[in-house]
Design a protein around this ligand. Structure first.
Ligand SMILES: [Zn+2]
Ligand SMILES: [Zn+2]
Length: 439
């Protein structure tokens, strides 16, 4: 499609949407105190992945109050709310996440979480340990904003030219050990059917200037794979290493050689480099005993399926061959439950960018995506999607220590929730008014 018809389409969409929704901003301001109150309540009662029982109940109750059709129990604790507009039009989905993180909150806020629980998380070492629980990834803000959108759009549902589908998903941060969960399970259990959305939107809050949107026209989040490597030698006395096989220098060689996959073996003119990080090294019991084995654990970030396959193969080959050169052996395992790379639909981004620019209080930033991972990618592989990040650092904290998401000091600026609600509502209305033109 050339630029001109697209522009006309956008303008006609804006005009026809303008009448019933002229007071949308005022409505959002009116809804904001309730939205903030709800976020604080959710924040005070955080729950870990696949265990979001109270959160899920709270969401379902609110959706019913707003007059939406509600489905519960999807992918364990998932909830879907459907708002059928009075006029025909496309189905627009918005995704929010229900889960919090095993982290002890240190914000000192009046509504800070004091919840503690038994960790059942993805790492066997933390299993069974008592941990704090905190909405340190801002999923409480995502839920509150989604409910804010439902509230303002439900107020004029007879004028709504389409259907809004709100997907509240459990376990974005990963399910407990041995369980399935998250976006893929939601999709397997029908989240993208009956009705099938034409497009899907998601906002992720992040540390940064409040109300500033950052998004990519294509690549959004990276694939994240966790690996465990065992480098096996033969144990012996530290004074006589030649009587055994020392796996420690072998592990050191492997770690350094892996870095050359990014710097020497990847075609950097085609794609951003992969990231290979060893986060944990474990070996030995005593200073004068050469250990039998070194265990390495880490995270791999890649930006496409092809790059992912390529990097995993190279890592395995590198470890095995380097170990073999010293008479040791190596085995690299990639753990299940990993994240695939995510993409925005470029045509959809181009279609809705003017809307986003209009609602944004600061210039919208376009980037090439992040090495962070999010299972929103799974929905956006099924239907055209837009995943964007929104800065939410309270202005009073700007210029001080940055507490990112996943840190115990992460904070969300409450008034900025209005910016997110405005963006999601306006994008929804604009897309519905356009009759659904992105493919
Ligand atoms: Zn997170
Ligand atoms: Zn998150």
């Amino acid at each position: 499609m050339s630029k001109l018809p697209l522009l006309l389409l956008l303008l006609s969409g804006a005009v026809s949407a303008a009448e019933p929704w002229a007071d949308l901003d005022a409505q959002i301001s009116q809804a904001l105190p309730g939205v903030i109150k709800l976020r604080h309540a959710i924040h005070q009662q955080p729950e870990l992945g696949n265990r979001e029982f109270h959160t899920s109940e709270r969401i379902a109750q609110r959706l019913r109050e707003l007059g939406l059709e509600v489905q519960t129990g999807i992918a364990h604790t998932g909830v879907i709310g459907i708002l059928r507009g009075g006029k025909p039009g496309p189905v627009v989905a918005i995704r929010a996440e229900l889960d919090a993180l095993p982290l002890t909150e240190q914000t000192g806020l009046p509504y800070a979480s004091t919840v503690r629980t038994q960790d059942e998380g993805g790492d066997f070492r933390s299993r069974g340990k008592e941990v704090g629980v905190m909405h340190a990834c801002g999923h409480d803000a995502h839920m509150a904003m989604a409910l804010g959108v439902a509230e303002v759009l439900a107020a004029h549902r007879d004028q709504l030219p389409g259907t809004l589908k709100l997907i509240f998903q459990p376990a974005e941060e990963g399910p407990p050990l041995g369980e399935q969960g998250g976006a893929q399970l939601m999709i397997n259990e029908g989240a993208l059917q009956n009705p099938a959305p034409a497009v899907i939107f998601g906002i992720h809050v992040t540390a940064g200037t409040a109300g500033t949107f950052t998004l990519s026209r294509q690549r959004t989040t990276a694939a994240a794979d966790t690996f465990v490597a065992h480098i096996v030698g033969r144990q012996t006395h530290a004074a006589f290493p030649w009587t055994g096989i020392d796996p420690v220098p072998v592990a050191a060689q492997v770690i350094l050689a892996w870095q050359t996959i990014a710097s020497r073996q990847s075609n950097l003119s085609l794609l951003p480099a992969p990231v290979i990080s060893v986060g944990r090294i474990e070996a030995g019991d005593r200073h004068n005993i050469i250990p039998a084995e070194v265990r390495l654990e880490g995270s791999i970030r890649t930006v496409s399926d092809e790059q992912r396959e390529d990097v995993l193969q190279r890592m395995t080959r590198t470890a095995e061959k380097i170990a073999e050169a010293s008479g040791a052996s190596a085995k690299v395992d990639y753990l299940p439950g990993n994240y695939r790379a995510g993409y925005n639909n470029t045509a959809l981004v181009d279609q809705l960018m003017p809307v986003l620019q209009q609602v944004s209080t600061t210039p919208v930033r376009i980037d090439n995506g992040t090495y962070g991972a999010d299972d929103f990618a799974e929905y956006a592989r099924q239907v055209p999607g837009i995943f964007m990040r929104m800065g939410v650092t309270p202005p009073a904290l700007e210029g001080k220590t940055v507490w990112p998401t996943h840190s115990p000091g992460f904070q969300v600026d409450d008034p900025t929730l209005a910016v997110g609600i405005r963006a999601l509502s306006r994008m929804t209305l604009s897309y519905m008014a356009s009759g659904g033109s992105a493919e």
